[in-house]
Design a protein around this ligand. Structure first.
Ligand SMILES: *Cc1c(COP(=O)(O)O)cnc(C)c1O
Length: 364
């Protein structure tokens, strides 16, 4: 049975993108590959708002999230934590043997610039991890305000996860002073999973050059060396790079500003619908994500029953709550290729499915 994903990643992939993947293979050291790699670089740099290189990693985003720690942390990393992915990043730092501190707030609360300044002012840190858009709870922190604080501490290399926000709103890497900006393929880019894109600053590369035990697969210097020749360190997932090229054409055709406006409008449409139904937003007011919504299940619906109805009768799937929020909150993606029509269809399906979804006993 085929059904459409409205979970916040992976998301639905267009027929055009799928077709783009179905092309003959080329050698990854061939002139054809170099031409492919170099042809997409300018547009990637434009989307990252950077003059720095954008590297292509054959891995999910976590590969680069871990690799970044191994490349830039020498002293101690501060992990800003407000949801499942950012919580996990601390764990990953510790597993890499990196000294790590936590700036932790409740899931759904944004990272506070004042608290960040106080923590960085202790002088213990030479790196920081921060998730712009905490997908697990639909919370988007104020990145410009946080980057303004981070810029006060020039020894701190910032590793910024823009995995589920990239290309849905402008994130101006160079202007904000982001050192390592990371995204992945299966979120707003609406590609299949398996590709991660990242752009390091000169400062980040300099730091990497003096960092021991960077390993090989995610070594920034290996990426840079190969980038200069229009290649990747090891054999990349070429079908996904074809898909990326096709997606960049789509983005160009739509225009980025139109794309940003579309994400904002569709996000608001889902939020308006939920509010009218009586659902409340999980993240703090004013810090809701623009690529998904995470709502409290304050009306007490049986979310797994809801999803069964959505899947069997309406051929679509939403998310029934991430990790500890399972059953307590639900998430609906509006990222990627969604349109006014597809979101209207989703809302109609939700209305119809909710009407037959049982409620859980009070207190359950
Ligand atoms: C999806 C996601 C990740 C993890 O991506 P993988 O592709 O599973 O490695 C990390 N951070 C955020 C904010 C995400 O949304």
């Amino acid at each position: 049975m085929s059904y459409k994903l409205f979970i916040p990643g992976p998301i639905a992939v267009s027929e055009k993108t799928l077709q783009a993947m179905a092309q003959p293979m080329i050698g990854h050291r061939s002139t054809d590959f170099v031409a492919l790699y170099q042809s997409i670089q300018p547009q990637l740099q434009a989307l990252f708002y950077t003059k720095d290189p954008v590297y292509i990693s054959t891995s999910s985003a976590w590969g680069v999230m871990e690799g970044s720690l191994r490349n830039v942390v020498q002293k101690k990393v501060l992990c800003c934590m407000n949801g499942a992915f950012s919580d996990k990043w601390l764990d990953v730092a510790q597993r890499c043997g990196k000294p790590a501190g936590a700036l932790k707030v409740e899931w759904g609360q944004p990272i506070d610039p004042g608290a960040l300044r106080r923590e960085l002012a202790t002088g213990q840190y030479d790196a920081l991890t921060l998730i712009h858009n905490e997908t697990s709870c639909g919370c988007m922190s104020d990145l410009p305000a946080l980057m303004a604080v981070i810029r006060e501490f020039p020894d701190v290399i910032s590793i910024i996860d823009t995995i589920s926000s990239f290309s849905a709103l402008p994130i101006k890497k160079d202007e904000l002073g982001i050192d390592v900006m990371i995204t992945g393929s299966q979120k707003a880019l609406a590609l299949p999973p398996g590709l991660s894109l990242f752009s390091p600053s000169k400062r980040a590369l300099d730091r990497a050059a003096s960092t021991k035990d960077r390993g090989y697969y995610f070594d920034f210097l290996e990426f840079q060396k190969n980038h200069e020749n229009g290649m990747t360190p090891s054999t990349p997932v070429i079908p996904l790079i074809y898909a990326l090229k096709s997606k960049l054409e789509d983005i160009n055709a739509e225009g980025v500003e139109t794309r940003y406006a579309r994400h904002a409008r569709l996000n608001q449409a889902v939020r308006d619908w939920a509010k009218a139904k009586g659902f409340t937003l999980f993240p703090k007011e004013g810090f809701g994500s623009v690529t998904l919504n995470c709502f409290n299940n304050n009306l007490g619906y049986d979310l797994s029953a809801l999803n069964k109805i959505l899947k069997s009768k309406h051929h679509l799937v939403i998310d029934g709550g991430y990790g500890k929020l399972k059953g307590k909150a639900f998430r609906i993606s509006n990222m990627g290729d969604e349109t006014d029509a597809t979101i209207a269809g989703l809302i109609k399906a939700l209305d119809s499915a909710l009407a037959e979804t049982p409620k859980l006993a009070a207190g359950a």
